[in-house]
Design a protein around this ligand. Structure first.
Ligand code: F6R
Length: 607
């Protein structure tokens, strides 16, 4: 997730407008920043690694000539944060500049073809294929608008782009597919494009929404939108009634809720992980005789899920070890045939980095799964799989947990094929199942949110809540409990349901709430037994069930329903979503700020 912006201004000071707009988009990414302007048919580009204020101090981003410019604040996806990977990116002859938010899936093939045609690439980004593609179209005689239109037809994946062409100093070309882009207009004085409305909200609240598969030409004279067939599309200008703070949160009251709602998109992007990367990782895994997941907090629960995925999908044994306990547990058993899978959204968690370094000293291989390109953990890993959730601002991890499960599902499926446990066709079936998960999550967000919100009235003043599940759902239950305790300050424990009768059941008295994660899988009958054990001792039962599961519904006080997913191999993944919403709405009902829980930091960089 990056922030892009473009502006044409009749009033001058384009650098100042761009810098301020970028600052307002900084929540979308902040590892590097850049601007490009055009003046008298010449392009000017300033960019570097670092936060906007730091780069501004070094390069004075406001000091750029012209009336037309584009800018970018980056959250790295392809290529580490560095000057050469910062946007804008250009063509071979400095005739155009492009900023991009999204992921170009077919960039390897495009880059190969363009390189064969003599194009020189200066970065490791997927984005850089776009200016070179447009350059080819310009060379073939197409004009600015049509060159951009024909170039985007060749792109696969997600993109919102803004393009500046030196020969057209009064125009910006934009296009979008599956990444956000809005246009802002103010009389004939300003026209903007941006990833998000807050970028230009202090100047105008008159917006035009661009849809997927559309390309537009912006100028002070007006905005012309076309579809990919080149047909003009009429679109009205709307007035939005948002404060800058609300706009930054996409209209949601908190970042946490916004991030819960971003999960379908984040997962979809993560499922685009290049197959070659998966093969690289599977090669390492298949050559090791011990696989250990290590991580902390939410990422530890992802590691627990990973253990189930590896066993169930690729018939591979593994362990999950909390990273702060890693050396004490592993000290006599780690060697060069051990592979440590270190999971960390930030890639900066001290305990996880220490565990990986410790393992490396004994010759173990390190695979990292991280949401942060170039982070400390990824720098010491032998191979990294990047999740694609974009920056997570809410302190409680939500979308980054879900994408970790997505990455682990992909790796386990690929490993199963790699080891010959399943055929290519079976692998494809698993991928199809996985690719439907984002839609299922969308349905939960659309349909289940209301019943979760309504339920909180009955539970917000509880002092303790137990979360139970069996199989992989035990790890989901633990993550659900962690969410509740960290943002609502209600004591909560997640347990394997079978284990509950070996101790936790002593807590149960009349009215004690127990949450059951109860998908329709091989654990279904046994979980009914566990529900009955709790119910007969007076517990109030909250069950997360599949729609139509009348049996569990009839023995529960409250149910959160997820759509029918019986045939989907990865169905358990989605059960975390109602639990995230439950924690969120309980915190809100208690008048707490879920984005900033007390005593917690987003990245724990101390041991
Ligand atoms: C929970 C949470 C923390 C982190 C933990 C690990 O909501 O945010 O428990 O999961 O500190 O962080 P990463 O994944 O960055 O290593």
């Amino acid at each position: 997730m990056c922030g892009i912006v473009g502006v044409i201004t009749a009033e001058g000071g384009v650098g100042d407008v761009l810098s301020k707009a970028l600052k307002r988009l900084e929540y979308r990414g902040y590892d590097s920043v850049g601007v490009a302007t055009v003046n008298e048919n010449k392009l000017y580009i300033k960019k570097d690694k670092g936060k906007i204020d730091e780069v501004n101090e070094r390069l004075n981003l406001t000091d750029v000539p012209g009336r037309t410019g584009i800018g970018h604040t980056r959250w790295a996806t392809h290529g580490v944060p560095s000057k050469r990977n910062s946007h804008p990116h250009g063509d071979c002859k400095n005739r155009l500049a492009v900023v991009h938010n999204g992921i170009i899936e077919n960039y390897s093939e495009l880059k190969e073809r363009l390189t064969r045609n003599g194009h020189i690439f200066l970065s490791d980004t997927d984005t850089e294929v776009i200016p070179h593609l447009i350059e080819e179209k310009l060379n073939s005689g197409l004009t600015g608008f049509h060159a951009v239109l024909e170039a985007v037809k060749e792109l696969k994946g997600s993109y919102a782009i803004a393009v500046l062409i030196a020969d057209h100093p009064d125009k910006i070309y934009v296009a979008r597919n599956e990444s956000p882009l809005v246009i802002g207009v103010k009389n004939k004085n300003y026209v903007f494009c941006a990833s998000d409305i807050p970028a230009f909200l202090p100047i105008t609240n008159q917006v035009i929404f661009l849809y997927d598969g559309e390309v537009a030409e912006l100028s002070l004279e007006g905005v012309v939108i076309r579809n990919l067939n080149g047909e003009v599309v009429e679109r009205e200008v709307l007035e939005v009634d948002l404060t800058p703070e609300m706009a930054k949160k996409g209209g949601f009251p908190h970042f946490m809720l916004k991030e819960i709602f971003e999960q379908p998109k984040a997962l979809k992007n993560t499922l685009r992980i290049d197959e070659r990367k998966l093969i690289e990782v599977c090669k390492i895994l298949s050559e090791s005789n011990r696989i250990v997941f290590t991580s902390a907090g939410t990422s530890f629960y992802a590691g627990l899920c990973g253990k189930y995925f590896l066993a169930n999908i690729s018939r591979t044994g593994s362990e999950a070890v909390i990273s702060s306990e890693f050396d004490e547990i592993m000290k006599n058993i780690i060697d060069e045939r051990t592979t440590v899978v270190a999971i960390s959204q930030s890639g900066e968690t001290s305990d996880t980095i220490s565990a990986a370094k410790y393992a490396k000293r004994f010759g173990a291989k390190i695979i990292s799964i991280s949401n942060t390109v170039g982070s400390s953990l990824t720098r010491l890993a032998d191979a990294t799989v990047y999740t694609q959730a974009g920056p997570e601002i809410g302190v409680a991890a939500t979308k980054t947990f879900l994408v970790q499960l997505g990455a682990l599902s992909l790796i386990s499926s690929k490993l199963a094929e790699f080891k010959g446990v399943i055929t290519r066709d079976e692998y494809k079936t698993l991928l199809n199942d996985l690719n439907t998960i984002p839609e299922i999550i969308q349905l939960i967000l659309d349909k289940t949110e209301g019943e979760v919100k309504a339920s909180t009235e009955a539970y917000y003043n509880s002092t303790s809540i137990l979360y139970l599940g069996r199989g992989i759902s035990s790890a989901v239950a633990m993550e659900g409990a962690l969410k509740l305790k960290e943002i609502s300050y209600i004591h909560a424990e997640g347990y394997a349901a079978g284990e509950s009768k070996h101790g936790p059941i002593a807590l149960i008295s009349t009215g004690f709430p127990v949450v059951f994660v109860a998908p329709m899988d091989s654990t279904h009958n046994k979980i009914i037994g566990n529900i009955m054990e709790m119910k007969s001792r007076g517990a109030r039962i909250i069950s997360v069930i599949e729609e139509g599961d009348e049996e569990i519904k009839s023995i529960s006080d409250t149910v959160f329903r997820v759509p029918k997913t019986s045939d989907n191999f990865f169905k358990q993944i989605v059960y975390i979503v109602p639990l995230q919403l439950f924690a969120y709405y309980i915190a809100v009902r208690k008048g707490l700020d879920p984005d900033k829980p007390r005593n917690l930091a987003k990245a724990v960089t101390v041991a």
